[in-house]
Write a protein that binds this ligand. Structure first.
Ligand code: BTN
Length: 320
């Protein structure tokens, strides 16, 4: 790792604290002059690094530039994440994660971006991903499970997002089957899970879970303004996007350790606000009115139509 990245790692790990240039230099085994040079470069890239004459350098708490170095301190020890790629701008973090997987990347890749130019949602929709207003990231895992678990991975991710925002900011979030996280009736997060099969073994080759969370309020396009919200509208806590990404990744990783045990399902059900509601099911074949009854053990939505027929919905979309 180059000196600049090592200095950044050090400052991120001690964010908000003064550290002398001598201490950084000694810890990294480099000269004080090269620490100074690295700090100057980081400043020119926008990092708010204060220098109090005697005390040394301090990366300000308000610093919220995404980098591998800013995320790593928040990942749990022995995290399964083995590679982290952070971009200023990318078409879609899911697309990049899939490209890395297809090129042979190992289990446990995290791809994050400040901005997506072609963020993708379910059903071929666009996911609006404006610069620095959100977190947009994808986790690629090679999980030796049958392809059917893809829905469960999405469910696990939705619970992971809810838990992370509850533990960090005390916000109570809910889930709209299958992949949306809501706060106070508006969407704050979308999840897109894409899987690739290993046909020889009839298991997943890899799964990419892409998560987009709206963090700060922005000028939404008119068609979105009344239906989406952002975290900053529900908390006065400062939001450190690297901490948020890592908290979600940590929670998701716990669930994926033993996905077939479905430890997240009770919480998924408890947070599902559609249950008991009249809904419209928009499936690839037909659209119909029904009542949402329950989430089954595979994460599918069970509904009842007006004539009393029970149906299991495992694709498509529902609206209230
Ligand atoms: C949806 O709302 O239908 C799902 C949206 C998923 C968005 C995330 S942002 C990170 C990752 N990259 C993408 O292109 N999509 C997912």
């Amino acid at each position: 790792m180059a000196t600049k990245e090592r200095v950044l790692s050090f400052l991120e790990a001690h964010k908000g604290n003064d550290i002398s240039g001598a201490m950084i230099a000694e810890s990294l085994g480099v000269s004080r002059a090269s620490v100074w040079k690295a700090v100057e470069t980081l400043r020119s890239e926008g990092y708010p690094i204060d220098a109090a004459s005697k005390k040394g350098y301090r990366l300000a708490n308000r610093s919220d530039i995404l980098s591998k170095e800013s995320i790593v301190p928040f990942l749990k020890p022995n995290s399964r994440i083995k590679e982290i790629h952070v971009y200023k701008e990318v078409d879609s973090t899911n697309t990049v994660a899939k490209q890395l997987a297809n090129a042979g990347a190992p289990d446990g890749v995290l791809v994050a971006a400040e901005h997506q130019t072609a963020g993708r949602g379910r059903m071929g929709r666009q996911f609006y991903s404006p610069k620095e207003n959100g977190v947009y990231f994808s986790v690629m895992r090679r999980l030796p499970f049958p392809a059917e678990v893809t829905t469960l991975v999405t469910s696990a991710a939705a619970v992971a997002v809810c838990r992370a925002i509850q533990s960090l900011y005390g916000i109570e979030a809910q889930i709209k089957w299958v992949n949306d996280v809501y706060i106070a009736g508006k969407k704050v997060c979308g999840i897109l899970t894409e899987a690739s099969m290993n046909f020889e073994h009839q298991t997943l080759d890899y799964v990419v879970v892409g998560i987009g969370v709206n963090v700060t309020a922005q000028e939404y396009p008119p068609e979105l303004a009344s239906i989406i919200t952002s975290l900053d509208q529900h908390t006065s806590e400062p939001i450190d996007r690297s901490q948020l990404i890592a908290a979600i990744v940590n929670e998701l990783e716990d669930f994926c350790e033993n996905l077939s045990a479905r430890t997240f399902l009770p919480e998924y059900r408890a947070r599902s606000f559609l249950i008991g509601q009249p809904i419209r099911v928009i499936s690839p074949m037909q659209t119909y009115e029904a009542k949402a009854i329950e989430i089954d053990d595979d994460g599918h939505l069970v509904v009842q139509t007006a004539d009393g027929t029970t149906k299991t919905v495992n694709s498509g979309e529902v609206s209230v």
